[in-house]
Design a protein around this ligand. Structure first.
Ligand code: ZN
Length: 147
């Protein structure tokens, strides 16, 4: 398969008074996209951002950060997110939705079970799916896997 899967994330630092930030609010700290086309299938942007935040942010900054992502974290990334103490996750499409779409497209199941973030990282505040944007993410995956 050629190309990186259509997944993008951004890590946003918000002030302590921003209890409910806008979808893209606060100061953008870092952003990344999927790099699995390199041949290393652990190169998920959520995992990269967790490691970046451990190297560049204080524990307090990580706890106050929100990670916005097009797709819910996989178990590997949810674990990394929790281990480095990052804050809230906002995802557009759930892992369950993605698994359904990939199944429709005949894409082989991943080698790791898809589980909700809450099952891997019960202390992390998670919001999603975001219905206003879910169809756009579904279309991105359809375009990617149909080419
Ligand atoms: Zn992942």
């Amino acid at each position: 398969m050629v190309g990186d899967r259509p997944v993008g994330v951004r890590l946003v630092q918000i002030g302590p008074d921003d209890a409910v930030p806008a979808l893209v609010g606060g100061d953008l700290a870092a952003e990344d996209h999927n790099r699995v086309a390199s041949g290393d299938r652990t190169r998920h942007p959520e995992f990269e951002l967790a490691r970046w935040s451990a190297a560049h942010l204080t524990p307090e900054e990580r706890a106050a950060a929100t990670v916005y992502t097009s797709g819910e974290h996989c178990p590997m990334c949810a674990a990394a997110h929790a281990w480095v103490g990052l804050g809230r996750i906002v995802y557009v499409a759930s892992s369950q939705q993605l698994a359904g779409w990939l199944g429709e497209l005949g894409v082989p199941a991943p080698p790791v079970r898809t589980l909700p973030v809450e099952e891997i990282a019960p202390g992390v505040v998670v919001d999603g799916p975001v219905p206003e944007f879910t169809e756009r993410v579904r279309q991105l995956h359809h375009r990617f896997h149909r080419r």
